[in-house]
Structure formats: C-alpha cells, structure tokens
Design a protein around this ligand. Structure first.
Ligand SMILES: [Zn+2]
Length: 116
C-alpha cells in the first residue's frame, strides 16, 4: 500500500464574500462592515444603511471619522461622480451625528496616534 496524499482542493472554492473598500481609509471588509452611500437617480446623495438604494453607491466605515473625511476631502464627489448640494451635505451631516465616534479601525494601529 502506497502512502496516499489526498489533495483537498474543495476548501479553496468555499464561498467568498465580495470585498468592499472604505473610500476614506481604504480599509477592506465585507459588505456588512460598511455603510453604503448612494447617489439616487434623482441626483441626491443619501446615506443608504440598508444598502438597497438605486443608483451609484460607495462604501464608508460605520464611524464618524470615515464619513467626515469623505466630506472634507470631497471623496464623495469623486466616488459618486457628482457634487453634493448643501441639502445633501446637511442630510449626511445629520446622519454622521448618529454614528459612533470610534476612530477608523485602520488608524488605531498607527503608532503615536494617542489622544492627548
Ligand atoms: Zn474608513
């Protein structure tokens, strides 16, 4: 009897969840780790926590840091290929206010980043 080497390739074809990337910090994760933002067919930009809104979407981490940075750096404009109106901005600001203030997970690993 020869030693049989069994190749179990089956595990490599396990289901794989599509990765999403935060447009602020570039952190990757599964869809449920992020909150979607969408440009509606009407041209408005709204947070889309349910992830079911129609239109061009982008993903952001579920913390204020990621959303504020996206607004400040105009990353949303770029990602959604639009320009946020004052109304859009106000709605998003209101949404951000309800998010936790935790630092972006990607930032916590940086050395010397402690709060004073
Ligand atoms: Zn982020």
């Amino acid at each position: 009897m020869s030693a049989a080497t069994r190749l179990t390739d089956k595990t490599t074809t396990a289901r794989r969840a599509p990765l999403r990337t935060c447009i602020s910090c570039r952190l990757q994760g599964s869809k449920r780790d992020f909150i979607r933002i969408v440009r509606t067919p009407e041209g408005a930009v709204r947070a889309d926590p349910g992830g079911k809104g129609h239109g061009r979407g982008a993903y952001l981490g579920p913390v204020q840091h990621c959303w504020r940075e996206a607004l400040d750096q105009q990353r949303l404009n770029h990602a959604l290929r639009t320009t946020l109106s004052d109304s859009d901005r106000q709605q998003i600001e209101a949404f951000i206010a309800g998010l936790p203030q935790d630092p972006c997970p990607n930032q916590t690993s940086l050395p010397g980043n402690e709060a004073p």
